[in-house]
Design a protein around this ligand. Structure first.
Ligand code: BG6
Length: 489
């Protein structure tokens, strides 16, 4: 392990994400030796906290540790400093800069500055501009910006935000977080595809019939209704997580597994994804909103949601790529709140053999299943390959069997949290698992085209019950093509 040296500045230090994910993840990096002595962390927000108060909050955010680890956590927390900060007041940046300089000296952090924006997105632009104009971006070490979602709410606002960021930071200094890219099995897509002849050689429209991506959630919107109602599932999950996953599934082989090479291919994939006209969006996309369940509210009755909200809590869609590899192969996607279970999986459905020699008049019940490669992303990590084999015994019948691999529970526990991994990547200057501007831009263009229809057409909501896999129209989307979801209830 190599020690990283930097002064971190967290904007939004009192926020929920910082407490739930960022501080605990930094602590993990500390425990593993990626951070040792040479780092300082500044938290800023409007709250008027002391350093001690902040350090207490940081310590409390680290859960489930032993007594000895508590000592370690206290030492770790001693690297944290707090400064109350009004991000719109230029004068405050001088004080922040002084503190960064002081910590840089004190911890010998080599002038490396890592800024992290994890707060109301309305302030992202102004902070970036002020960091530059008030001289907080220096030539001494590196300057990096890690930025949370949402990255805009459509192409235009994303472009405005990006223009503001790139007025202060270069593209290669900007790390746009998509925490799905920090998940072990999402990263495994590349290993599986490009590390295996038997998989990559079949990875095209000659052998693949369709690909299905499911990000299913059991919870509703919980306490986030005020944000969620302005977003909806299309912006919240499809624009970022799902399209990132899809671009990794669809991309061509990168020249090498480096961030620059991978980005080129992901962008190319997203560029060849078909952008729908409103009428094509009407046939290829399905939206849903959850109704009341036995012990749960309908979305429209959740606190903070208007009684006539047209926000979708479910999306299913059929994506098409106009390129040589994928022409004719639909990528079906779906995601939603209050579905049957919390899981993420990818099912790659192969074509059946062109001729089924087992089906002949004397053998009327014969029927081969499609080969399916399932990538289990969460909660368990694993793969399964469904193949047809002879049923054991007299006679000759075939049956599908599964060749599978699941990570064992102990190993699973060692898997780093997405935020731990991504923070470490940012410290190492590796942006493979962050979204580049072009990827974000193409993803918004796809989403904006759908919103053009959805923003004017009034949906018939609510249309699915909690605990289901969404509205009936989601199943019909595949049935129309003579297909069905591999995962069904
Ligand atoms: C976030 C969305 O990006 O991802 C949430 O804003 C969603 O609405 C979450 O619940 C799901 O992430 P995970 O890692 O729990 O699957």
């Amino acid at each position: 392990t190599r020690e990283n040296k930097a002064v971190f500045t967290f904007f939004g230090a009192s926020g929920d994400l910082a407490k739930r994910k960022l501080y605990p993840s930094l602590f993990k990096l500390y425990q593993k030796g990626y951070l040792k002595e040479h780092f300082g962390v500044i938290g800023t927000s409007r709250a008027k906290w002391s350093d001690e108060k902040f350090q207490g909050i940081v310590s409390d955010s680290i859960k489930g540790i032993s007594e000895t680890e508590k000592g370690q956590a206290a030492k770790f927390a001693s690297h944290f400093y707090y400064i109350a900060h009004d991000v719109t007041d230029k004068a405050h940046y001088a004080a922040l800069n002084d503190l960064i300089n002081q910590l840089n000296k004190q911890y010998e952090a080599q002038g490396n500055r890592l800024f992290y924006f994890s707060m109301a997105p309305a302030f992202f632009s102004v902070i970036a501009l002020n960091l530059k104009s008030e001289g907080l971006i220096t030539d001494e070490g590196y300057n990096r910006l890690v930025i949370e979602k949402p990255f805009g709410r459509d192409y235009d606002t994303a472009k405005q935000l990006n223009d503001a960021l790139t007025a202060s930071f270069e593209e290669d200094q900007i790390y746009r977080i998509d925490h799905y890219l920090g998940k072990e099995m999402i990263q495994n897509i590349e290993a599986l595809r490009f590390g295996n002849t038997i998989i990559e050689s079949l990875w095209n429209n000659r052998y693949i019939d369709n690909i299905q991506v499911t990000l299913s959630e059991k919870l509703g919107v919980e306490e986030r209704a005020s944000y969620y109602d302005t977003s909806g599932a299309l912006r919240d999950m499809v624009q970022n997580h799902i399209l990132q996953i899809v671009s990794q599934l669809a991309m061509e082989q990168p020249v090498a597994f480096t961030d620059a090479d991978v980005r080129v291919e992901k962008v190319k994939a997203l560029r060849s994804m078909r952008v729908y006209s409103p009428s094509a969006a009407a046939t290829n996309l399905v939206r849903g909103q959850y109704d009341a369940g036995e012990n749960s509210n309908a979305y429209r009755d959740e606190d903070g949601v208007p009684a006539d909200s047209a926000t979708e809590t479910f999306v299913a869609g059929k994506l098409l790529f106009d390129n040589y590899r994928w022409s004719g192969v639909p990528f079906y996607i779906r995601t939603g709140k209050k579905l049957a279970d919390k899981f993420t999986r990818i099912d790659v459905v192969f074509k059946k053999p062109l001729i089924d020699i087992f089906a002949f008049p004397q053998n009327p019940n014969a029927s081969l299943s499609e080969n399916v490669l399932t990538i289990y992303v969460e909660p368990n990590s694993g793969f399964a390959l469904r193949v047809n084999a002879k049923s054991t015994g007299q006679g000759f019948e075939t049956e599908p069997i599964n060749l599978d691999f699941f990570q064992d529970a102990d190993k699973e526990k060692e898997v780093p949290e997405p935020y731990e991994r991504l923070l470490h990547d940012a410290l190492e200057g590796n942006s493979t698992n962050f979204a580049s501007w072009s990827e974000v831009a193409y993803a918004w263009k796809f989403v904006d085209a759908i919103r053009k229809l959805w923003d004017i057409e009034v949906p018939r909501f609510p249309n699915y019950i909690p605990g289901s896999m969404g509205p009936a129209a989601s199943d019909e989307l595949l049935q129309r093509d003579g297909r069905s979801w591999v995962y069904k209830l």
